[in-house]
Design a protein around this ligand. Sequence first.
Ligand SMILES: [Zn+2]
Length: 423
Amino acid sequence: MSDETPKPKRRTSVHRPSSDASRFHMSKEAVDRSVGDYFRMSDLECLKHLARARWGSHKVVTCPHCSSSAEHYWSNTERRWKCKGCGKRFSVTSNTVFANRRIPMQTLLAAIHVWVCGSAGQPALELRRILGMKGYNTAFTLISKGREALVRGYNTGLISGVVEMDGAHISGRGASQRRGKPLNYRNLDDEAAQADALLTTSARQKKRREAKAAAIAAGGVVHPEHGNVFPAMRRITMNLRKRGGKKGKGTLTTRVGICMAETPQAAELLARQFVAIPESILATDTGTAFSKLGKEFQVHLQVNHSETLVGPDGQHVNNSESFSARMDRAEKGIYLNIEPKYLNDYAVEVAFREDHNRLAPGEASDRFIHYALGVGLSRHFRGYTHGKHRDYEVLLTGNQYAAPSGPAKGRSPISMANGRPPR
Ligand SMILES: [Zn+2]
């Protein structure tokens, strides 16, 4: 009996230590406001709420025409101010992405709240269903304008300190490869591999050359260094994340950029745009894109991912990896096929979500309003549903032409086959 090994204790569940994030999300402080609170507010209360989020006060406000801050004349009947400086009138949404809105104030605030609440993203269709918006276009343009505002209001300014940098393949991989192929296409690939093994070396090389030429002819992107061809829709989302001072508290600020390939040029352009390089420390993996750039920083911490995830001196890019994972989930689980043309907008949205996920939703939506109402009118989504589409794609290496997509003037941005109501 005694030489028998003791029976292992039966465990009913796997022990998972609770993280700092889960402690916050389960706490009382994680819920400060609900959608219902906005619908209980009067129009005037909503207006004051927006004014406080935009200018920090609903009394001392800033004229969007001449930028003078004062207690401007308030007209209770018009619900607008008249500027003491230039005499022009303005409302709380004048010269913002939400100018000329037609939805009620309460719905606008509730939409922002619901949109900010999503941890990986919030689809327009779902927003429309939750808030009972009349058309899909209303929800779609509202959140697209919000996203555009974050690009100009949030993804801007220098960061310093310990900065992590990494890139990840994001757009157009799974969908474009799988579309039009049978579900068991993997088996077909295996058959192709078996056939490939029977070829002579020269025949195999010829076959690969032809496949490469075909991929380039179909609009594929050739990597400038190793010469591999990527599908036409594939992009790299590069991110920069400033580490917070406290261990386990995540990062403070994120900056993003899109490029065709993770090259030294793209990494340098991103760093020059967003990092105070001489006073910062760079943390990356051992990717070749970062080795030259790292020399300009005070210290370059590199982690060799084939050996370990965290080195002895804090060599890791786990916060950057966390962003890439969240971006991947946003694409695969929420937004599905993000057009490369708008990938930058979506990446900035994910950055905003990642940076504000330790704030209660009310506070996070107030921050969103502050960023979104400070960047002027929408340039890309006014008139979108009437066919006015942006015709370029934002890239670190310089914007490139992208044909306006979607149906022509006056149609829904989604296909009419999907959007048309049954007769
Ligand atoms: Zn003025």
